[in-house]
Write a new protein. Sequence first.
Length: 242
Amino acid sequence: MCKECGCGDTEIVTVDVQQKLLSANDLAAAHNRDHFTHAGIFAINLMGSPGSGKTALLEATARKMGGTRLAAITGDLETDRDAERLRKAGIPCAAITTGSACHLDARMVHKALHELPTGAQDFLFIENVGNLVCPAIYDLGQALNVVALSITEGEDKPLKYPVMFHRADLVVITKIDLEPALPGFNRKALEDALRRVMPRPNFLCLSAMTGEGVDAWINWLQSNRKVPAHRAHVHDLIAGSP
């Protein structure tokens, strides 16, 4: 697991060191948030397990929002395969290869902003490293947190990994087209688990394959986006910044 956050192992990272790391990250996240606010960019931190359908969700988003200016940053331990998929879907994308780190942090995101094409974006999706633990701890400067949760992961994941779901503004239950092939899956039990751990339970069901539920996802994005009166290009804002 990553050496930066220690993944909860106090023998690797002491509490004091971890607090200092998070404090430094919070400063960088505030810096990012100022960029996004002044540029009129609605930034989403998209989290979830490996294979939960994060990239497929963004591909489906691009198909539905073809006229909207989208951009993405993807994080993975190795390869830029997810970034390549999003570029093919028409989303300008910067890839972050983290090596041993099992999450993105605010400085990584800030650096990746320089790699995105110049121009204004309406939505920036930060596709975090596939992990249900560490990504929930790190603020990236995003407006809201979204967690993708596939029905193939089982009904108990919210109860096993409550911090991730406690901090989610929305949970997208993905791959619902596979439900007929999962006779043991209990959607009600999954929804009940989410209600137990989310302060404000908010979830929707979706299939990126068939398109079912995608309209509800798009409506949620559009209804939650707030655009400031003054809008600047994000590249103007980050120019010369640390």
